[in-house]
Design a protein around this ligand. Structure first.
Ligand SMILES: *[C@@H]1O[C@H](CO)[C@@H](O)[C@H](O)[C@H]1NC(C)=O
Ligand SMILES: *[C@@H]1O[C@H](CO)[C@@H](O)[C@H](O)[C@H]1NC(C)=O
Length: 198
């Protein structure tokens, strides 16, 4: 039977302790992880983690005939709440290279945000930046964080990614570029994305 073992630095350490008599203990395999573990090896030492800085303009279009952000749920008290507490909005917002809505679209921010602050406006953001242009086409960056939209800079964690962003970690900084507070409630937000990946 083929037995796969995980060769890591810690197993070398274990060997070291095994051969220093004081710590001797018999090593027996009492579980069956080798039956479903396909491989386990040191993460490549030759690939270097890099940090990429992207800037996107995120267009939250709630008005007009083709909104990209739609309210899908609210609590009975959302309309009377000063913070819209309980509102849930699903988004497929274009990500463009410039603040102008007609500038080149290079991705979409798909996901949702929920108004999760009782006393102060604070959104829970759950969004995937799905890139659609150039070498990053098809790769995604996943963001989950706290977005107090009236603060000048809101920092939110990058919790993962796919494709070229596999193993991603990092953060984004969101700054409101424009917000039509009187009528349409459409917003443009500048996202600076600092993502570590391989
Ligand atoms: C809240 O207000 C919106 C817009 O006026 C309305 O469409 C919606 O039905 C209201 N919701 C509740 C729970 O009252
Ligand atoms: C706000 O939205 C309204 C309705 O779409 C529009 O007429 C107005 O020009 C907008 N204001 C700004 C400052 O963009």
């Amino acid at each position: 039977m083929a037995t796969r073992t995980c060769t890591t630095f810690s197993s070398l350490l274990l060997l070291f302790f095994l051969f220093s008599a004081a710590n001797f203990a018999p090593v027996t395999s009492s579980d069956h992880t080798d039956e479903y573990l396909l491989s386990c090896q040191p993460f490549s030492h030759t690939t270097v983690e890099k940090q990429s800085h992207f800037r996107f303009y995120w267009h939250d279009i709630v008005s007009g005939p083709n909104p990209t952000a739609v309210t899908v749920a609210e609590a009975p008290g959302t309309n009377t709440s000063s913070t819209f507490f309980g509102m849930v909005v699903v988004i497929d917002n274009p990500l463009t290279i410039g603040p102008d809505a007609n500038s080149k679209v290079v991705g979409r921010a798909q996901g949702l945000y929920a108004s999760a602050g009782l006393k102060n406006v604070g959104l829970l953001m759950l969004e995937n930046f799905v890139l659609t242009d150039g070498k990053y086409k098809g790769s995604t960056i996943s963001i989950m964080g706290h977005n107090p939209i009236f603060s000048e800079v809101r920092e939110m964690p990058i919790v993962g990614g796919s494709g070229l962003f596999r193993f991603a970690r990092g953060y984004v900084q969101a700054r409101t570029y424009s917000f039509n507070i009187t009528k349409s409630h459409d917003a443009v937000v500048e996202y600076n994305v600092f993502v570590n990946h391989y």
